[in-house]
Write a protein that binds this ligand. Structure first.
Ligand SMILES: [Zn+2]
Length: 158
């Protein structure tokens, strides 16, 4: 495997705000969450819930079965699945299940591309699907992180 860093469309632009130690726990299911930037949450929630976001610090619930998406760290603001604009790909029944939110490329499209081109090569799959072509992960991806890892996961599943 050669360096995947070169494929990361966000390198140098977005620092990962993933802190594994002292991970905030989802107040609903108790699973560990991941910190997410306020600007990400602000763009992902539906307009009518924008005000509740304020300038609070948020984390995202990583549990597949929990309806909670974002929860605030110190206040009691909870944003559920039906209050965000996009389906969260790792949540149960996500539809569509995007691997790349910026260019609206789904897991199925990635897997289909692997079948059609008969190759799991990352850059070939990206070229074919148009994933990671224009990159605004910070405000499009629900975690605010580069979709690179998720695309890799979709390719692995193919
Ligand atoms: Zn939860």
């Amino acid at each position: 495997m050669s360096s995947d860093k070169n494929n990361n469309c966000c390198s140098g632009v977005i620092e990962l705000v993933v802190i594994e130690q002292n991970a905030p726990k989802c107040p609903v299911c108790g699973d560990a969450g991941k910190l997410v930037k306020n600007v990400t949450v602000r763009h992902l929630v539906k307009k009518e819930f924008g005000e509740a976001i304020n300038d609070l610090d948020f984390a995202i619930c990583m549990s597949e079965n929990c309806n909670t998406v974002y929860f605030s760290i110190n206040e009691h603001v909870i944003i559920e699945k039906n209050q965000v604009r996009e389906a969260i790909w790792y949540k149960k029944d996500a539809d569509p299940k995007y691997a790349c939110y910026c260019n609206k490329v789904t897991f199925d499209q990635i897997k289909g591309a692997v079948r059609i081109i008969g190759d799991k090569n990352m850059s070939k799959v990206i070229n074919y699907t148009g994933a990671m072509k224009s990159c605004h992960c910070e405000i499009s991806n629900p975690l605010g992180i580069c979709c690179h890892e998720t695309i890799k996961q979709a390719i692995d599943e193919a």
